[in-house]
Design a binder for this molecule. Sequence first.
Ligand code: C2E
Ligand code: CA
Ligand code: CA
Length: 679
Amino acid sequence: MLAASGLLLITALAIAALTGGSDRWSLGPLLIITAFTLASDFATVEIKSATILVSGSFVGILLTAVLLGGAPAAVVGALTILESWPRSTRSFTSLLLNLLTYVTYPLLAGLFFHALLRITGVGVNNVEYYLVIFATANVALAINFGLTAAYAWRLYGGSLLQRVTEVFMPMLAPELFAALLTMAAVYIAVHTGTFSLALVGLVIVVFQYLTGELLKSRQRSKELQRIATTDELTGLANRERFSEAIQERIQWAEEGGGPFAVMLMDLDRFKEINDTLGHHYGDVLLRDLGPRLVAAVGDGGLVARLGGDEFGVLLGPEVQALSAVEHQVGRLTAVVGEPFSVDELSLEVGASIGIARYPQDGEDSHALLRCADIAMYAAKEAQADYKVYAAEQNQHSIRRLSVISDIRHALASDQIVVHYQPIVDLDDLRVTGAEGLVRWQHPEHGLIPPGAFVQTVEQTGLIGPLTRYVLERSIAECAAWRKAKRNLSVAVNLSVRNLLDRDLPREIERMLDSYGLPADALQLEITESMIMSDPDRAVATVTRLSGLGVRMSVDDFGTGYSSLANLRRLPIDELKIDRSFVSPMLRDESDLIIVRSTINLGHDLGLKVIAEGVEDADTLQRLALLGCDLAQGYHLSRPLAAPDFDRWLLEAAPLPPTVALSPAMADRGDPPALAASGA
Ligand code: C2E
Ligand code: CA
Ligand code: CA
């Protein structure tokens, strides 16, 4: 590059020597032009895409080339570059190349102008004189742009044509205007004397300022446009852009394009990663997921992040048949399922996808997105990879929405009920207690399971009152069992907000007192992710709770990312192995390994281990052989309303510990024969 520069410099000097005769070195005008050119250069505007500086210097240089000649113009050009260099962050090579450009093009312009004058014989009083100026301006522009583009091309690669347009396009209009300005300035200088050039100089500065503002505002509006349609974190399209794209696709379909599908995708287990490992992990995961989805969808499709861990996908226009859509869904779920490595951790998430189709499911983007949303929730509930929208899902979702608005009322009236699911000792199959599980006895919709509302309640401030209600009911019930000479305990689930609630320990103490229940009859279940979201605070609350004498257990163990270090800091009494490992453990070797090692781990830490989700006699028996302490599951009993639970207890007859329950019996829903302790 430097060799080329040397060649350029030699050429420039040769030209200077050749054109020396036509130059006029009158100091007055030269000073005026230089002063104003430099002044205008002080407030330059940087254009990101082209990496060049925009200023009024072109007018100054051109003016000098016309009025004084190529060499003086080259001096002005060199000065503008030297003057702006300390403010720029460019390298020395860049300075050199810029300098060469700004010496060469003024020289060549001067040469061209004066040669053309000589050849054509036009003078200042001919109109053609101004045409020659205009032609010179264009030659100067071409040389300048050519050199700058070649430079950018060498520096950044890409195609030369691409670089030329990049440099050329944003500058063309202002520089052409500069050519007109030069013509006006020359006219003024010629007709009213060179010192009116001062006035022209002022015009240059004003011109430069206006051009700068124009370009800046153009850039700003482009930037605003980008921000308005882009998701900052992932760089994907955002919700607005996605709706717009759907609207465009509808238009396209209307014009004979054909049917298409809109998908909403929500990540499974993402919240857990975010809560337990921190936002950094969640952010990195989302950022890494973007390109995977884009690649899976391919050209012609659009991937947008709609917020949180929710993505929108519009497939390419060629994907029309449902089978083709489903094929694409398979690819999407596959790329989501590949592990993400973040700071040496390997994280896995899943996805639930809802699909809505145009034209059958909606006429505009709003309706399609709503249907896709409903289908997505249906997929989540069914734990399926995806669901295609069907009208009956809508019924369900209306229910879901009204459930949310009614929850306050439900708490005030007696619609919230607690069911009890027995827990048995695996040594002798005696019932040792029950887990209290909340339900909503809805006047219209019937019994609603906690999965349909607890999470929503958690997001409102109502989880405090809900937990207190369940606690009070469970404590009261347990006290009643004990009055009936049954030495049972009761377990209650806490949610993450409860752990941040400083008043809760005191209130639990009060409840235990007022029902006369010893603290160790109450067991509180917390999940791993609750501990990990704010370990210090969780440790503080859990310590206070266990200080009351209440027993603590870690629920859903194995599904989270808790560290053993954190577990050891906590005064925990029990690990509860998640049912997703227990239920399939006889069918799936890896689940069996997890169950077995969790039992050993728990025992090594001095904890009791309970298996939930025991659905058959074989599993029950196997758990006993593995040394698990306690069991809970449909095989023993489903959760029962308080009176049913009492009846179940009464009917549970003593059984020798080695005799397993018959699965047939449990399937019929008959009360299994069990020994209730103290009965
Ligand atoms: P969890 O704490 O893991 O509760 C156990 C869930 O497993 C219960 O679902 C129970 O009915 C179900 N289950 C029991 N045995 C089996 C089995 O053999 N197989 C299968 N597949 N499932 C079994 P439920 O009652 O629908 O509760 C779901 C979740 O809702 C609970 O999971 C718990 O996280 C939450 N929850 C329930 N009650 C409360 C509450 O009062 N407060 C809070 N914060 N959460 C609650
Ligand atoms: Ca539980
Ligand atoms: Ca559980």
